[in-house]
Design a binder for this molecule. Structure first.
Ligand SMILES: [Fe+2]
Length: 334
């Protein structure tokens, strides 16, 4: 199918219950708070060991960047202020001991940063495809907080429930012992096979990029790059923020693990947000069809197109019926 560049979907005008707004927070100012620098190097999916066929199933061959800067010192200080205020709202799941999801409903600063067109444009250049901020609000501005128990990993080895995201240090990584972000220079099938066999990951393939300070990040094709966040080895404060993006070209199959989101996010948000996300893609697809109207005798192609659309809607309906019935997937602590 030819490219369909979707128009951005505005953040919901109505906010869900249970997400009290911060009342005293900095105001996001891109001129003051952003200091976006390009990464020095980028690994492709092929560099990670993925085959041509596996790469062809992805919207871009982009894999993972070296560490690059997103926030200025002032921006990092403001982000830390917001992350500390949101710490009162942490929740747990089978992978992460303490995280805040849905913080973009509570903090305008976090929302404005996560939706920033300047950041989106810079990340699109790096990923090699036009991106949009994720249209599922719980996939924006995810915050991880170190577990209260020293030594417990912040997050286990896993791949993400979305395609493209960055992981940014909010606290100064040099101010704590341990707490490294790590990724695996291999494929998810390789990690799955090792985990199943009870074998450790190959230590030579574990990359622990040096993080110079708060406001620095790594951008990754998160559903393809196996990664984790290690625990602290001494008491300290470790906070990171993960922001998600979707490819703007919606002709490519969507990648949203709603089965996973429906386990970790509140029931009064997850299905509604997913249904809105799918409806947006459907609207954009149908709008593109109307805008590109032409006369044709290829009835079979039209039928195939509508069948694919109907199949997608039926798949979504089934996913919604199955909501909350699965287990949180991860590859353990390696
Ligand atoms: Fe992740």
């Amino acid at each position: 199918m030819s490219e369909i560049l979707a128009k951005e979907l505005a953040f919901p005008a109505v906010h869900p219950d249970g997400f009290p707004k911060l009342t005293d927070e900095p105001q996001f100012d891109p001129a003051k708070h952003l200091q976006i620098e390009a990464p020095e190097s980028v690994l492709s999916l092929k560099d990670l060991g993925y085959s041509d066929a596996e790469v062809a199933d992805c919207p871009t061959d982009f894999g993972v960047t070296s560490i690059f800067r997103i926030l200025s010192d002032e921006g990092a200080a403001a982000m830390l202020d917001v992350a500390r205020q949101l710490e009162a709202y942490t929740t747990s799941n089978a992978r992460i001991a303490r995280n805040v999801r849905g913080g973009t409903y509570q903090s305008k600063f976090l929302r404005d940063l996560c939706l920033s067109p300047d950041v989106t444009a810079a990340l699109s250049d790096i990923a090699g495809i036009p991106l949009l901020p994720h249209t599922i609000p719980h996939q924006l501005g995810h915050l991880n907080y170190n577990p209260l128990e020293v030594g417990e990993n912040v997050d286990k080895w896993h791949v993400d429930t979305l395609r493209i995201d960055y992981v940014m240090f909010v606290t100064d990584p040099k101010s704590v012992q341990g707490g490294e972000f790590q990724y695996y220079k291999g494929t998810k099938d390789e990690v799955a096979a090792l985990t199943k066999a009870g074998k450790p990951l190959d230590p030579d393939k574990i990359v622990s990029p040096a993080m110079p300070g708060p406001g620095y990040a790594v951008l990754q094709q998160g559903n393809m790059v196996v990664h984790r966040a290690k625990g602290l080895t001494a008491p300290g404060e470790r906070k990171t923020m993960v922001n998600g993006y979707v490819p703007r070209d919606i002709s490519f199959p969507d990648y949203t693990r709603f089965d996973q989101l429906s386990i970790v996010d509140p029931a009064h948000c997850s299905a509604s947000e997913y249904a809105r996300h799918v409806a947006w893609m459907a609207r954009e697809r149908l709008s593109a069809r109307i805008d590109g109207f032409e006369f044709s005798t290829d009835t079979a192609a039209m039928a195939e197109e509508f069948q694919a659309f109907a199949d997608q809607m039926a798949k979504t309906a089934q996913e919604l019926r199955d909501a909350g019935t699965g287990d949180v997937e991860h590859f353990g602590d390696g």
